[in-house]
Ligand binder design. Structure first.
Ligand code: SF4
Length: 206
């Protein structure tokens, strides 16, 4: 199967696919992605949108301090650890990056709480790099479509980058997530409503 056909269909199904984490600055996106591990975007947005609308900067977080920041995010999973990471990464961004988030994978992954997936999201969303962050939705829907047979997100990322041309990145990342959230749900995919049926291995083999 040519990925081009899937990409064309995804463009029709989800022409406005976008990052659903609310943010007004690159730093805010970085913080939200760090907070979103094992938590829904909706929950992160509920906690962070009021703070972001008031202005939320590395200086502001450091001034606020970890206990107060924790009180804002306490309904998010792993909040104590995440609040410490956000405080530490804010201080590093101030001390070592003149208050701006690093623009390289190496610089991003050196920050506390930032792994490959978080770095990929930031590199794609802020800097337009042709990367693909593999979260649970991307892993599931691309597996069902037959784009990979891998058993881990890390291996999946490289397998997908082999079959998806860079011209489709990073947009297709958001389209996969929209597909996973709206139709290709984990427990009960809504295949009869999905226009990818003719290209989908899961559908053909069920
Ligand atoms: S046809 Fe079904 S399994 Fe395949 S991508 Fe669509 S919703 Fe997912």
């Amino acid at each position: 199967m040519s990925f081009h056909l899937v990409a064309k269909k995804l463009d029709v199904m989800f022409p406005d696919a976008h990052c659903e984490l609310f943010h007004k600055t690159p730093f805010q996106l970085l913080v939200s992605v760090v907070l979103s591990a094992q938590t829904t975007d909706k929950k992160v947005n509920e906690c962070m949108t009021p703070l972001y609308k008031k202005g939320f900067t590395p200086q502001g977080v450091v001034k606020m301090g970890q206990p107060k920041f924790l009180s804002h995010i306490k309904s998010i999973g792993l909040a104590p650890t995440k609040s410490k990471n956000v405080l530490r990464l804010s201080q590093i961004i101030l001390d070592e990056h003149k208050g701006k988030i690093p623009q390289t994978r190496e610089g991003l992954e050196a920050l506390p709480g930032v792994g490959r997936k978080t770095a990929n999201v930031v590199l794609a969303e802020i800097f337009g790099e042709p990367t693909l962050a593999v979260d649970t939705h991307v892993f599931r829907v691309t597996g069902r479509l037959g784009l990979h047979q891998e058993t881990t997100p890390a291996k999946c990322e490289f397998a997908l980058l082999d079959v998806i041309k860079t011209k489709y990145l990073p947009k297709v990342h958001h389209q996969f997530i929209f597909l996973g959230r709206r139709l290709c749900k984990a427990r009960k995919p809504l295949c009869e409503e999905c226009d990818l049926r003719r290209y989908c291995e899961f559908y053909k083999n069920r």
